[in-house]
Design a protein around this ligand. Structure first.
Ligand code: UDP
Length: 237
């Protein structure tokens, strides 16, 4: 597999073409950002940790029947993935109240949400990723009704699989964001699953083990990600 020109560079990952049309290389960088890119920093080891974290989670999801972008690890900070046409929406499931849900609805953080909630956001930094609904997604053609139904089904399936996986490691899966794309017409999970895009709390202490450590300036960001990985049995070195 030969790495070719850079196709796109996002806030934390870069995407490269390869000599195969259907595959791309994802490079997980140490860059981290929050608040639509207003707060940025470089965190030592973060690219490697998230790359390996994502590989582990995507493998578990594939075993459970969720189609994913992930093909294989190529190096510490690179993975080979399917070239997809991304749907410009973010799917968020919440098991416990936190973050924008609390700000938007004025509810206290830490309440169990039963049944878990499902929200959609349009990917648009300039508009601060506004919340949308299924009707808007369909009407504006961001995804078809069928694609959206499949993305929603897979998002809930991910919850079943990962809630248990983290629970067994003494960790609460509070909420998470997923992005999907189309690969040969099929809806496939893309982007990444790492502590950058979900909330994870220690079950006993409720300590935050995710990107909120960066957002809230709590420190020990990558150390917390590695602690989660260690409890899941991920080998980082
Ligand atoms: N999230 C994300 N990228 C975004 C927005 C949200 O990865 O652009 C994740 C976030 O880390 C959390 C979940 O989606 O795990 C729900 O985020 P929320 O709506 O509470 O927004 P936030 O408080 O992070 O702004």
């Amino acid at each position: 597999m030969e790495k070719r020109a850079e196709l796109y560079s996002g806030k934390a990952k870069s995407v490269y073409e390869t000599d195969e049309q259907d595959f791309l290389i994802l490079e997980f960088r140490n860059d981290t950002s929050a608040f639509d890119g207003e707060k940025v920093d470089q965190l030592e080891r973060k690219g490697m940790v998230n790359n390996k974290f994502n590989a582990f989670i995507m493998t578990k999801l594939k075993e459970a029947g969720v189609p994913t972008h992930f093909e294989r690890l190529l190096s510490d900070q690179e993975s080979l993935v399917k070239r997809m046409e991304m749907l410009p929406v973010e799917c968020v499931v919440r098991n416990i109240s936190a973050g924008s849900l609390c700000r938007r609805l004025g509810v206290a953080e830490g309440q169990e949400l039963n049944p878990p909630t499902f929200e959609l956001f349009l990917k648009n930094d300039a508009l601060h990723d506004p919340m949308v609904n299924e009707s808007l997604v369909e009407t504006f053609g961001w995804a078809t009704k069928e694609q959206l139904a499949r993305a929603k089904e897979l998002t809930y399936k991910v919850n079943d699989v990962l809630k248990k996986l983290f629970d067994d490691a003494g960790i609460l899966l509070v909420d998470y964001k997923l992005e999907f794309g189309l690969f040969k017409g099929e809806v496939v999970l893309g982007d990444e699953f790492s502590p950058d895009g979900c909330r994870l709390w220690d079950k006993a202490t409720r300590n935050k083990l995710d990107k909120d450590r960066f957002r809230q300036g709590l420190g020990g960001v990558v150390e917390a990600y590695e602690e989660v990985g260690r409890r899941l049995g991920i080998q980082f070195d």
